[in-house]
Each structure stands twice: as structure tokens, then as C-alpha cells.
Design a protein around this ligand. Structure first.
Ligand SMILES: Cc1cc2nc3c(=O)[nH]c(=O)nc-3n(C[C@H](O)[C@H](O)[C@H](O)COP(=O)(O)O)c2cc1C
Length: 227
């Protein structure tokens, strides 16, 4: 393996969803540098569908407070981010994730109050000093959301190469109106997700989940490559 591949692969493999951050500040220069790398992500016909609100200090805190209030309202409709019923293969991975995550937090499967409290930490950006909210023009189709995924992953990798960590968070999409009002989101835009950005607390067991992946032979089929 050449040294570029080794370095790039290592940075990619070092990314993980971090859910406990140290309070250490992230420099604005680093955030700008990360977004400057991420803007090179490819998009269909170079449409670049991404818009991001980068929040710190009291701006982030005020949004977190508003979302904590909204989250306390149990009548707020849940976010339907997965189909119901979820096909078995996906369901089993989702359940495995839950076992690992709540297990690390020492929260019992039946303890809905503790689970809900843990989920609520999303809206505090897990204590990260920087929170990002990503929006997209709601008229765009799912293909543009593909572009978005590439942009988000590039942010996460560029963050890693600077010693920073992230957690992508679809949870924010549940509160479209709260966020739209709070951040004065562009008319016609919707929230795609949020992301926490900061330095991981590596002492936290929650940051050492090592969520497994299927091996290549489970999801890839090769035909004609050996001819
Ligand atoms: C689009 C997307 C949305 C996600 N939303 C959340 C979320 O709202 N809250 C959360 O704690 N983790 C969220 N995650 C993190 C996933 O749970 C995590 O990436 C997955 O379990 C694999 O673990 P790893 O990233 O540590 O390898 C999200 C990940 C992605 C890619």
C-alpha cells in the first residue's frame, strides 16, 4: 500500500460517531478549513445543494434550549426516519446498535425514561463546542440528498484529519419549525440533519462502541474482475 492510501484509509477508519465531547474550543479557522475541503465534494451537475449554519457560544445554547423545550413536549410527532416495519436485516443491525449504545450507558432496554434522557443529549450537541445544522432546498429530489451525504462525510473526514470528531444527527430533523424559526432558515429549505463537532472525550466508554460493519463479501458481488 502506498503511503497516501495508508494515511487516507487510517483517517477514514478513525471516524466514529462521538457522543461525549470535551469542552475545549474549536477554532473558527479549523471549521472554515473543514468546510473549504467539504465544498469540493461532488454533486449532480455541480448543483452543490448544501447550506450550513455553524453555531457556537450562546447561539448554539439558545437553539439547544429551544429544542430541549420542544423535546419535553411528548405530543410532538416522532421523526419517521425509517420505514415501518423495517426489514429484518436492517432491524437487526439497528437493534444491535441499541444494545451496544445503551449497554455502554448502562441503560436497561425497558428504562424508557433513561433512554429518552440519553436521546435528548442530541439537542445539546453532546456537549460539543460547535453545532452545525444542514439544510437543503426542499424542492430537490433524493439524488441531491446523495450529494449531501458525500458533503457530510467529507466534513467528518476533514475534521478527523485535524484531530476533531463529529456526530452526524438526523434527530434535529424532527424539529423543522423550531429550527427554522430560530435560525431563520432560508424559505423553502428543510433541515437535513445536524452535526456535533469538537474533541472527543476518549475516556468515555460511549465513544468506544466500535460499531461493526458487514464484510465486503456480504454486500458486494464481483463478476468478471478475474478475467
Ligand atoms: C445520516 C446519519 C444520521 C445519524 N443520526 C444520529 C442521531 O441523530 N443521533 C446519534 O446519536 N447518532 C446518529 N448517527 C450516528 C450513527 O448511529 C452511527 O454513525 C452508526 O451507529 C455507526 O457508528 P459509527 O459512526 O460510530 O461507526 C447518525 C448517522 C448518520 C450517518
Amino acid at each position: 500500500m502506498n503511503s497516501d492510501a495508508y494515511i487516507v484509509d487510517s483517517v477514514i477508519r478513525s471516524r466514529k460517531a462521538v457522543r461525549v465531547f470535551r469542552p475545549d474550543a474549536v477554532s473558527k479557522e479549523d471549521v472554515i478549513a473543514i468546510l473549504d475541503v467539504a465544498r469540493t465534494a461532488p454533486s449532480n451537475s455541480n448543483t452543490q445543494p448544501w447550506r450550513v449554519h455553524v453555531l457556537g457560544g450562546h447561539f448554539k445554547q439558545q437553539l439547544s434550549d429551544a429544542l430541549a423545550t420542544a423535546y419535553a413536549d411528548v405530543t410532538h410527532p416522532p421523526l419517521q426516519h425509517m420505514p415501518e416495519p423495517l426489514p429484518d436485516s436492517f432491524r437487526s443491525r439497528q437493534e444491535d446498535f441499541g444494545v451496544r449504545y445503551y449497554g455502554a450507558l448502562r441503560i436497561d432496554k425497558t428504562d424508557v425514561v433513561a433512554r429518552s434522557r440519553a436521546t435528548g443529549r442530541n439537542f445539546d450537541f453532546f456537549g460539543a463546542p460547535v453545532g452545525m445544522i444542514f439544510t437543503v432546498d426542499a424542492c430537490l429530489k433524493k439524488y441531491s440528498w446523495l450529494d449531501y451525504g458525500l458533503f457530510l462525510q467529507t466534513i467528518m473526514i476533514a475534521a478527523r484529519s485535524r484531530g476533531l470528531d463529529t456526530c452526524p444527527q438526523v434527530s434535529f430533523a424532527r424539529y423543522q419549525t423550531v429550527i427554522a424559526n430560530h435560525l431563520q432558515i432560508e424559505p423553502g429549505h428543510e433541515v437535513v440533519c445536524g452535526m456535533s463537532l469538537g474533541y472527543a472525550d476518549n475516556d468515555s466508554v460511549v465513544n468506544r462502541l466500535n460499531i461493526p460493519r458487514e464484510s465486503v463479501d456480504r454486500f458486494a458481488r464481483f463478476d468478471g474482475l478475474d478475467e
